[in-house]
Write a protein that binds this ligand. Structure first.
Ligand code: ZN
Length: 152
């Protein structure tokens, strides 16, 4: 339990430990928003799908990720599971003209897929970072070491 008055010594401290995510879901959401999973401040991407080698804010190494094709696979699964029921419902209930269906659905699928691809990749990289997969083991070790000695 902390007092309602903020501790000035603690408030001024901006160590990397305090910026650490509270858990896997927090790290995942930071990645989903395109932010560094370690600090939540720096941008994870230097281009649409290019992960920055290091976080511009805290310097965390991000080049260890091995997201590969997994974000694209997840994107297809998620968009498919959202879009197919909507397409079926609209096509059976409203039955729009063929030309409209043939232009609208591919466009909606393209926009939804592109809109979700970077957030999904960010989430995948963040989870790899949080779990300590691939080259992220050292980062996880450094992250967990101060927490063991931290007194509450
Ligand atoms: Zn960072």
């Amino acid at each position: 339990m902390t007092s309602p008055q903020s501790d000035p010594a603690k408030a001024e401290t901006t160590s990397a430990t305090e910026a650490q995510p509270k858990g896997a879901a927090d790290a995942l959401m930071r990645g989903f928003r395109g932010h560094c999973p370690a600090c939540g401040a720096g941008r994870m991407f230097r281009a649409f799908l290019k992960v920055a080698d290091n976080c511009p804010a805290c310097g965390e190494e991000l080049y260890h990720h091995r997201a590969d094709d997994f974000p694209a696979y997840l994107d297809i699964v998620i968009v498919g599971h959202i879009l197919v029921p909507i397409v079926l419902a609209v096509e059976t209930e409203i039955a729009p003209p063929m030309w409209l269906s043939m232009t609208m659905w591919p466009l909606v699928a393209l926009i939804a897929t592109l809109a979700l691809l970077q957030p999904i990749k960010g989430a995948v990289v963040a989870i790899q970072w949080f779990i300590g997969m691939h080259g992220f083991e050292d980062s996880k070790g450094r992250r967990l070491a101060p927490a063991a000695t931290e007194t509450r």
